[in-house]
Design a protein around this ligand. Structure first.
Ligand SMILES: Nc1ncnc2c1ncn2[C@@H]1O[C@H](COP(=O)(O)OP(=O)(O)OP(=O)(O)O)[C@@H](O)[C@H]1O
Ligand SMILES: [Mg+2]
Length: 328
């Protein structure tokens, strides 16, 4: 049976309950839309008159959002600040039916990325963030969530943007509890935290992250395979799914070799958050019983759809089904 048929068959089981814990760096993506009316008299910059604002869940919160769109129950853990943006993350997450009891309200500001867009073009992006290690009480809240969640969920996703939530202690506790239960732990990694990932189930680096983790540049398929093998060996993981932007993805399994998947994208509008969609869909496929190979194909279809949408977006099972049915 082809991957496509297996995916279409698996989709029929997506009504079955499945639940995932997402831990990581939560962010808010804010989009401010306006019109450029004139050049400022104060400095050579445009004056943008605001017309409307939209917010989207970003970072680990976007992974949670993508899992919800794929009909998974989601428990979310991380930190937000005691500020309006933190409230907006919690509110948006709850509206989507994401459980937020594992989110700690911390003393640092909520990580916020604000894009100002006029005439269809980004004028500037303004970031608010403070990167530092977790305060003791915030870490305690996350550890408590991990302890509660492991017996309730079918898989765990770590969405690491290296802003401080994914601490050594959190991963160690998580692995100590999930390995005996046979729970899969999937990581969207940041090379700086590589040493903490020893013993997780699978990683989804992009090409740059794979290069940094392997410690050498990748300019050929052979080097890509060598890099993936070194990550598989060094971290003792079962699978490495390297996302390759316009080139799609490459899956390397400890048992099972290499598998290349070309992109399914028909039009590329905005690649923001495509990596979040990949790890969410990979996980949603695995918890419904797909093999790594089929779940990667499923994730590749989801990514191909999401890059055709504006901003940080999600993909539904119906959209994946439609594309899988019509694909050549
Ligand atoms: N320019 C593109 N053309 C076609 N497909 C794309 C493009 N960019 C991304 N994709 C699809 O999205 C997937 C993930 O993209 P990418 O490799 O850019 O991840 P990433 O760098 O982790 O993204 P993020 O910015 O979300 O962290 C790819 O495997 C591919 O399927
Ligand atoms: Mg990424």
């Amino acid at each position: 049976m082809s991957e496509r048929m297996k995916i279409l068959e698996a989709i029929t089981s997506f009504h079955r309950p499945a639940s995932v814990l997402v831990i990581g760096d939560l962010m808010l993506d804010r989009f401010v839309w306006g019109e450029v009316t004139r050049i400022s008299p104060e400095a050579p910059v445009p004056v943008v008159a605001i017309e409307r604002e939209t917010v989207h869940l970003g970072g680990a919160a976007n992974v949670a959002s993508n899992l919800r769109a794929l009909a998974c129950e989601v428990m979310l853990s991380g930190i937000v600040g005691k500020d309006p943006a933190g409230g907006e993350i919690l509110e948006a997450a709850r509206q989507q039916g994401i459980r937020t009891s594992g989110v700690a309200v911390s003393s640092r500001p909520t990580t916020t990325k604000t894009r100002i867009i006029a005439r269809g073009q980004q004028v500037v992006r303004v970031d608010r963030e403070e990167v530092r290690s977790l305060e003791e009480e915030d870490e305690a809240r996350i550890l408590a969530c991990v302890e509660e969640a492991v017996s309730l969920v079918d898989a765990v996703v770590i969405s690491d943007y290296a802003k401080g939530v994914v601490s050594r202690a959190v991963i160690e506790r998580l692995l100590a509890l999930s390995v005996p239960l046979g729970l899969s732990v999937l990581v969207d990694p940041k090379p700086a935290n590589m040493a903490s990932y020893f013993g997780v189930t699978a990683l989804t680096p992009n090409l740059r992250e794979a290069e940094a983790m392997a410690g050498f540049p990748i300019s050929s398929d052979r080097e890509l395979a060598r890099a993936a093998e070194s990550i598989l060996d060094e971290l003792g993981v079962q699978a490495v799914l390297v996302t390759l932007g316009p080139q799609g993805m490459a899956l390397f399994e400890r048992e099972g070799g290499e598998y290349r998947i070309p992109t399914m994208a028909r039009e590329v509008f905005d690649v923001t958050g495509a990596g979040d969609t990949v790890i969410a869909a990979l996980t949603a496929g695995l918890v419904r019983g797909l093999s790594f190979r089929d779940a990667a194909c499923f994730a590749n279809i989801a990514a191909g759809i999401v890059v055709g949408k504006a901003g940080t977006a999600t993909v539904t099972i119906g959209e994946i089904e439609a594309l899988a049915q019509t694909a050549p």
